[in-house]
Design a protein around this ligand. Structure first.
Ligand code: ADP
Length: 327
């Protein structure tokens, strides 16, 4: 006589019912697929014992097998979440975006750290008004600098004289970047990493050693920049880092004198590429003289409520929502 699997399910304890994905029966062998996410080994063992205990005596059941999904119990998370900001090439506004996203996330109430890993052109000391300051060390680890914007910062630019870091290659660069990440980032919710542009060895080592939870890709709208941005997306996909989304920077220009809008680099290309690649489009930042001037003066627009600041804030809100769903 066939076994009524629905009747079998009613025999299971409630905590098992809520985790049950599938219950199959074949010739008296009952197989349960159970979602064990978040459980440690003891919790999984208990579920298995409970399942077998509940079904073993049931009519027609010869054997009970339990398969757990989410094979590894997740290790307890320590340390901050990491968001890498990457680009296929330099000069597209990756550092500007990293700084302003960090500031905006801090304004949203997160405890934010910013790591300037752009060894070829560390610009965060200027953007975050900490030029000439040196981080101290404690227990052989660097102590991040406080910035005026509620964000803590470690930058290659605060460790070496301007222009010196460019000569670093390979292991030396990897070692220096490691120090920025293995620092005193306690009490930090999220670390924003301003990666060096491109997809070379330095980026690879960094991403493998300190795996980001996700990456934001920044591109300008020109075709050439978009090809590089696609390469950056593939790089993250290949290294197992989810792409949170794409930001189009220098997108559309409003003339400060006449107010006329023009598109020196085009408009909307990054959105189209995001669509083709199947990743979210997070928003665009216009090409705006005020952004460059404020950035150069060490006043990230995201610290205020100007239209430029709001553009960064809108993207930061999407990041905050993304972080929330990870928790
Ligand atoms: P990257 O980190 O990709 O090399 P940067 O963030 O250093 O790029 O930006 C390069 C230059 O462009 C800087 O002078 C910066 O102030 C300027 N810039 C970046 N984004 C904008 C923008 N949306 N409008 C105007 N200037 C910008």
């Amino acid at each position: 006589m066939p076994i009524d699997t629905e009747a079998l399910k009613t025999l299971l304890p409630d905590d098992l019912k809520s985790r049950l994905s599938t219950l199959l029966e074949k010739q008296g062998v009952v197989t349960l697929v159970v979602d064990a996410s978040g459980l440690d080994q003891l919790g999984r063992d208990k579920l298995e014992v409970a399942a077998k205990g509940a079904l073993r005596g049931a009519e027609g059941v010869r054997e009970v097998r339990v398969a757990m999904t989410a094979d590894k119990a997740p290790a307890a998370r320590t340390g901050p979440r990491i968001i890498a900001v990457g680009s296929g090439k330099g000069g597209v506004g990756k550092s500007t975006l990293s700084a302003n996203l960090a500031v905006a996330l801090a304004r949203l109430g997160l405890r934010v750290g910013l790591v300037d890993a752009d060894i070829y052109g560390p610009s965060q000391p200027r953007l975050m008004a900490t030029e000439g300051q040196r981080p101290s060390a404690h227990d052989e680890k660097l102590v991040p600098l406080d910035t005026p914007f509620g964000v803590r910062l470690l930058s290659v630019g605060n460790l070496v004289e301007p222009g010196k870091a460019v000569a670093w290659r390979g292991p030396m660069a990897g070692g220096a970047l490691g120090q920025l990440l293995d620092a005193h980032w306690d009490n930090t919710d999220v670390l924003v990493i301003d990666l060096p542009p491109g997809t070379g060895d330095v980026q690879l080592t960094m991403v493998q050693k300190h795996k980001p939870d996700g990456a934001v890709i920044v591109s300008t709208p020109q075709d050439l920049a978009l090809i590089d941005a696609t390469r950056a997306m593939n790089f993250f996909a290949q290294t197992g880092v989810p792409v949170i989304g794409v930001v189009e920077n220098m997108s559309g220009y409003v003339c400060p004198h006449c107010g006329e809008e023009s598109d020196p680099f085009g408009h909307g290309g990054a959105k189209a590429v995001a669509g083709v690649e199947g990743v979210p489009f997070l928003g665009h930042i216009p090409l705006d003289l005020a952004i460059r001037q404020e950035s150069d003066a060490g006043r990230p627009p995201a610290a205020g409520d100007s239209p430029q600041g709001k553009a960064f804030m809108a993207i930061a809100q999407k990041l905050a929502a993304w972080l929330e769903q990870l928790a």
